[in-house]
Design a protein. Sequence first.
Lengths: 404, 233
Amino acid sequence: MLETGLILRALARNKIGALLIALQIALTLAIMVNAIFMILERQQQMQRASGLDEANSFYLTNTIFAQDYNIISHLQTDLHTIRNTPGVIDAVQINAVPLSGSGWSMALQHQPGEDKDAIGAAIYLVDEHGINSLGLTLIAGTNFSQADVEIRQDGQSTWPSKTIITQAFAESLYPDDWQAAIGNTVYISQHQPMQIIGVVKALQAPWNGWNGVERSMLVPFHRASKGSYYYIRTEPGQRDRLMPIIEKALAESDKERIIRRVTTVEETRARSYQQHNASNKILITVVITLTLITGFGIVGLAIFSINRRVKQIGTRRALGATKGQIMRYFMLENFLISSIGVTLGCIGAIALNIWLVNTFNFAPIGVELIAFGVIALFIVGQLAVLYPARKAALIPPASATRTV
Amino acid sequence: MLEMNNINKIFQTADIQTHALRDFCLHVNEGEFVSVTGPSGSGKTTFLNIAGLLETYSSGEFLLDGKDVGKLNDNGRSRLRNEKIGFIFQGFNLIPDLNLYDNVDVPLRYRGFNSKERKRRIEENLERVGLATRMKHLPSQLSGGQQQRVAIARALATSPRFLLADEPTGNLDSEMAQGVMALLEEINQQGTTIIMVTHDAQLAARAKRTIQVKDGQVNEQQSAPILNKQAIA
């Protein structure tokens, strides 16, 4: 028969130790639930698809130092060389690399004019090979043609008349029906018209922490710039073999520029989320440490309580308690202390989350996560008390008659 | 009812074997009031622990109400203890955090009685020891004699066949001790068998039978009337 009432009444008369453990459980729950929430949010961010064929892509920088250098002519030669290297699927000159942390952004608006609402997006300057080179999926409309691609000089402020945007960007521009974007004219730099000719499924911006990271647009430009990226996509398994080959081929074909920073997109992703990973590791360490401290606290309190009550436990055994009943007593006692702790902890977790939402614009915490925390701490409590409870059950009934 | 035949209890340490009981034989019949005396270290407490199923024995035969105790496992001994034996300890062994009602409730819960039955037994037995009005008091709010009365109520609540009392008046002054003894005699007269370990020859003499334990064996058995007369004289 469960001794819930007896245990509660006994705890009420001897409450300091139990209350301290309950508060520790409450604090652990409040911090644990919010920390796990942050960890999961970051992991969700890290798992978002960039839209790229990351495993088979790399890029490098092409920096021209020569004077009187025909940039566009050399660009065509370079792209021809790369695209015709066996194992390469496609290559493109690009102004920025997704997730690299560095890039350009522009805003599009439905109506021309200075005071009109505009929605910002990352902008990638590519040619008609852009979609294939990046490994994007065109889900509506058409790709650029060779004729669409214009030459862009450094400092130029005019834009081509066509663009391809991501589905997320189309949904922002046309919330009712993103497919309505196709064929529509929008305005860049407040006044310049631009027709949306295609929509790609996904392409992330260079900045992973930006709340518009899924909004990107492609613009058909070749840059006549002395510094640019070549983005190369290879056949599966060929990337690592081709990286030094292409670097060497480009470097040897033209001595008036430097080929540097040959980097895989996977490395870029890892670097991009370095802080996320580090923060998650710290938070996981905090959660584990707190949980262990709570577990050890429970073990400590239980052992102290058992050592203090050896004669009482012996008496209970003498009065007919089985070993199982003694174990159950301590497990139930812990369960009741944990119940007080998790009740306070739930209130604390929600209060902490409200503060985080108001202060740092966090999302509200889910009930299921609080439920997980509650169950986890009940399990930790029961596991922690298992050894002391077993120790208590082994106290011989003859302890009742010992005078010392 | 209680039958011990050639019970031996050996405590084994790394180098030393200690014979706490040697070929210990004792038969106690229903309704008896037996006191067990003997010097310190004679084996009285070991006998009481074995009789109360608190300890196992090394060899011999122990029948309790016809049941061979040696064949029971730990759970079986716990159940038999709860059903057949009531304990009264020298230090009362009440649970300090529980009030009198809850203290008496402890063995009843182990038996699995429903709450109505438990309430009836608790009230009846606290009434029997004269403490019905103090059910909500904590043990610390009572005198030693009153605490021992609570312990007696707790022992009686499960309607045991035996009461095993370990120096039940050892921590009480003589007036309180007399009161507790009178209560034990009354309980015995109502049919409960009592085995009481005591140092006090006068109290021991009030039992119907006295046995003296020495060196782990029953040294001498005497019937009470002679001792009682000596005590009175």
